[in-house]
Ligand binder design. Structure first.
Ligand SMILES: Nc1ncnc2c1ncn2[C@@H]1O[C@H](COP(=O)(O)OP(=O)(O)OP(=O)(O)O)[C@@H](O)[C@H]1O
Length: 266
């Protein structure tokens, strides 16, 4: 594995300490070896994308970090504490939304707080704030079946933000969303990462999306997966959302990742 920085800006760049450390993790499902000796650091307050060939083990890695499944060997630490199972420091935003169909948006967003015994007025005030932050004001009383895929995804994200977990794990959060909404959601992600100061770990199949939203992109190898390279874009990170897609470094990184992943497309 090697870290890559091609702009001179990196000379001033200080990478924050890790919120999540994955060390020498291996995972096997019967005769399928998904991950082999995978190590990766996730800087605090930043967004790291996991990008790699289909079936290489991205979701598996996310679930191991979440504590939903156990690695066969290796360790995951969150803020220096070894992961032994799910915990309030991490929130998982599922690909398939996992919303409560019988509860409206307000209750869905407040649900994690409800489980923790937070009083109704307090949890609803917190939920309303995050409903606003993800752009769903006006839909508090709507039910999941009345929402589009993109809106449901936003409810899932608001719920994860409401419990104030330090690490947010997102498994292809925009996969069910049309192109326009996807772009809008990507812009919102940039603002959320900036404002919330949380550590986001993000699985996507889209190279453009990964480069657009990430402080760091981990490119994974095919199964049994390890990290092939870690790329930290520098020159466009502080640009306006609309100017990122025109930045030469943005285009350059996309080409480079495609050149390395195209070998694995059947
Ligand atoms: N519960 C399971 N039992 C057996 N095999 C599994 C299980 N979960 C995942 N796998 C296998 O492990 C490998 C990695 O799966 P995983 O879903 O983590 O990959 P992925 O990179 O997220 O895939 P994709 O890009 O297609 O979403 C795949 O070959 C998959 O079939």
């Amino acid at each position: 594995m090697h870290q890559t920085n091609r702009s001179f800006d990196h000379l001033q760049e200080i990478v924050p300490p890790s919120a999540v450390s994955v060390r020498n993790v291996s995972k096997r499902y019967n005769d399928v070896e998904a991950l082999r000796d995978l190590s990766l650091e996730f800087p605090r307050g930043q967004l790291t994308s996991l990008l790699g060939p289909s079936g290489c083990g991205k979701t598996t890695l996310l679930k191991i970090i979440a504590g939903l499944i156990k690695a066969n060997s290796g360790d995951v630490e969150v803020n220096g504490v070894k992961v032994e199972g799910p915990g309030p420091d991490r929130a998982f935003v599922f690909q398939d939304f996992a919303l409560l169909p019988w509860a409206n948006v307000l209750r869905n967003v407040a649900f994690g707080l409800e489980l923790r015994g937070v009083a109704k007025s307090e949890r609803e005030a917190i939920a309303e704030k995050y409903i606003r932050n993800v752009g769903l004001t006006g839909f508090e009383r709507s039910y999941p079946h009345e929402l589009s895929g993109g809106m449901r995804q936003r409810v899932g994200l608001a719920r994860a933000l409401a419990v104030d977990a330090q690490v947010l794990l997102l498994d292809e959060p925009f996969s069910a969303v049309d192109e326009q909404n996807r772009r809008k959601f990507q812009e919102d992600m940039l603002a959320l990462v900036q404002n919330e100061k949380k550590t986001f770990i993000f699985v996507t199949h889209s190279i453009e999306e990964a480069v657009y939203v990430s402080d760091q992109i981990a490119v994974l190898l095919p199964r049994p997966s390890r990290v092939s390279e870690v790329i930290r874009p520098t020159s466009f990170r502080n640009k306006d959302a609309v100017n990122i897609r025109r930045d030469p470094e943005y285009l350059d990184i996309i080409d480079r990742i495609w050149a390395s992943l195209r070998n694995y497309v059947e």
